[in-house]
Design a protein around this ligand. Sequence first.
Ligand SMILES: [Zn+2]
Ligand SMILES: [Zn+2]
Length: 347
Amino acid sequence: MLKVGECWLGDERMKAMILHKQAPIESSPLICSDVDKPKIKEGELLLKIRCCGVCRTDLHIVEGELPLMRLPLILGHQVVAILEKVDEGINNVKRGDKVGVPWLYWSCGKCKYCRRGLENLCDNALFTGYSIDGGYAEYMVAKANFVYTIPKDYDDLHAAPLLCGGAVGYRALKLTRLLERGEGNLGLFGFGSSAHMIAQVALNKGLEIYVFTRDKKRQEHALSLGARWAGAPIDEAPVKLDAAIVFAPASWIMIEALKKLDKGGRVVLADIYMTPIEQLDYKLIWLEKEIKSVANVTSRDVREFLIEASKAHVKPDVTVYTLKDANKALNDLKQGRIKGSAVLKIT
Ligand SMILES: [Zn+2]
Ligand SMILES: [Zn+2]
């Protein structure tokens, strides 16, 4: 037996941070535990986890803002891991490969949404670290067709944030429809972890970026990355926007984005939440303007984004924690004390 942190481990056992009951993160509800290593079934892979990103969705699960799908639960859906066991008959990956696992753990491939390539809307989908145990552990099981090769130019810690904030932001960027045009003025409302990754991809694709945030440091950061202009959400924009992505969950910011939108433009809402829209003046959507929300990601989004991020040399800022400090990482996220994205370094 080998002692690691506060847990005792044997060969068939592993260390994991386990949620037994939803509670405020200040009460440290994730318990460091010694549990059986998971076993693979047909079509599955056993992953030895290197690191796992910490996401605001994890906090929502812990604190009860999202309903539970199972208990006890191991959180974590931005997993970077090495394949330790691969079920017979799987040939898209092999033992020793380094892969990522995002929020979409599995989709049925049969429902009407999956058949249209909208597996993000699948009625039967499973989600990593929510309906299935995730990456706040030394090992996890994944489905062979739902893991993604990590580009060689990324180390483990900088690859993890690409798998959630980066991939969901990329879906939002695709839904603006500016990528297929290869030009246009794109407004980014909010400039946190997801927006700063997407800005780099958008610039690399030839779009002009205009950033709207009240935070002066974030405005400077945006300009240093190549944004044409940065100001507050209520400021007048120097140009009409062909599309905008709203990263903040505030409806007044969506209204500000609509005011700055050109004819035929689209505002994409990248957050799961939005404060109620109390009043929407029809003239804000007149002239074929649209509002579109984003719900998680498809396999194709993740695959494409990892390639585009590598081409654009997207380098997320990370703050590193140990596995047993997962409660602290989530608490720091809640208190806004993290620069960039928090990542748990596991092995
Ligand atoms: Zn996430
Ligand atoms: Zn489906």
